[in-house]
Design a protein around this ligand. Structure first.
Ligand code: CP
Length: 307
């Protein structure tokens, strides 16, 4: 299919065909990162700007490597030493950088909708790298890619997403992505951090972890976002870990179903997951990170190269 979108703001906007086009293209890009010379020319002459107003390890590095492996020039904008600290708006910041003739902004912001506002005000492409509690589309795309690669399909699988659904842009993008591709998505966590509205997106809710783990092909653990919790949603971290953390007994249940564990990172070891379980055979956590580069190469190529 011919790619027509200037921006990638969320998986809510994408069709099943568009999601599959990105995943299929990522398959061919994955091999490039296994070569001794990890570089191909399709984005030579293009400029990609990382505009991160929130901290990031995986997404920022992954986009930078993806762009460089496609031969684009990359500028990682340091917000803390920029004129944003003097009160310049995000739109003025983006417009001024665009005036230097750049082709794409990768935007992360704590406010939901910030990448959309920038996209409406610049001609360059905008890719959402996570906005508030709204969406994190490339995280969900790399998760879909990892599941499809490992299990050979997505349709008909049971995906259990566990934890802080309320504050999670990763959960929202994954619910859109997995349901569009035909998976059954079940979300689970304490009632205070699992909003009922999530059912409107096509996911089922349970507050019982054993029920969520039953027959789950993938157990997707979310980070407990303590920095976004302005009220006391939890009585204690220990209680959360007792009810919703993956310990030995629950890991055995996952093994019995031949299920896999995923996590977008960064992990709170000992809270969402007993520390050493994250490194065991059924964990796909580092494969997710590896696949992030191929998926972001595909996203950049379609958005600014192929379009
Ligand atoms: N998964 C994810 O978004 O991680 P970072 O915050 O490190 O980018």
């Amino acid at each position: 299919m011919k790619w027509k979108r200037k921006d990638l703001i969320g998986l809510e906007d994408l069709t099943k065909d568009e999601i599959e086009t990105i995943l299929d293209m990522a398959v061919s890009f994955k091999e490039i990162s296994t070569r001794s010379v990890k570089k191909v020319p399709p984005l030579r002459g293009k400029t990609v700007v990382n505009l991160f107003f929130e901290p990031s390890t995986r997404t920022r590095t992954s986009f930078e490597l993806a762009a460089k492996r496609l031969s684009a020039d990359v500028l990682s904008f340091d917000v803390s030493t920029s004129s944003v600290s003097k009160g310049e708006t995000i739109v003025d910041t983006a417009k001024n950088i665009e005036a230097m003739k750049v082709d794409c902004f990768i935007v992360r912001h704590s406010i939901a909708g910030a990448p959309q506002i920038i996209a409406e005000n610049v001609s360059a492409s905008v890719i959402n790298a996570g906005d508030g509690c709204h969406e994190h589309p490339t995280q969900a795309l790399l998760d879909l890619f990892t599941v499809r690669e490992k299990l050979g399909k997505i349709k008909g699988l049971k995906i259990a997403i566990i934890g802080d659904i309320l504050h999670s842009r990763v959960a929202r993008s994954n619910i859109w992505g997995f349901t569009k591709l035909g998976a059954y998505v079940c979300v689970c966590g304490p009632p205070t951090i699992v909003p009922c509205e999530i059912e409107k997106m096509g996911a089922k809710i349970t507050y019982c972890l054993d029920e969520a783990l039953e027959d789950a092909d993938v157990v997707y653990l979310l980070r407990l976002q303590r920095e976004r919790q302005k009220e006391n949603f939890l009585t204690s971290l220990k209680e959360y870990s007792n009810y919703y953390g993956i310990d030995e007994e629950r890991y055995k249940k996952i093994l019995k179903n031949h299920g896999f564990i995923m996590h977008p990172g960064p992990m709170n070891r000992g809270i969402e997951i007993k520390s050493d379980i994250a490194e065991r055979d059924r964990s796909l956590i580092l494969e997710q990170v590896t696949n992030g580069i191929a998926v972001r190469m595909a996203t950049l190529y379609l958005t600014i190269g192929a379009r």
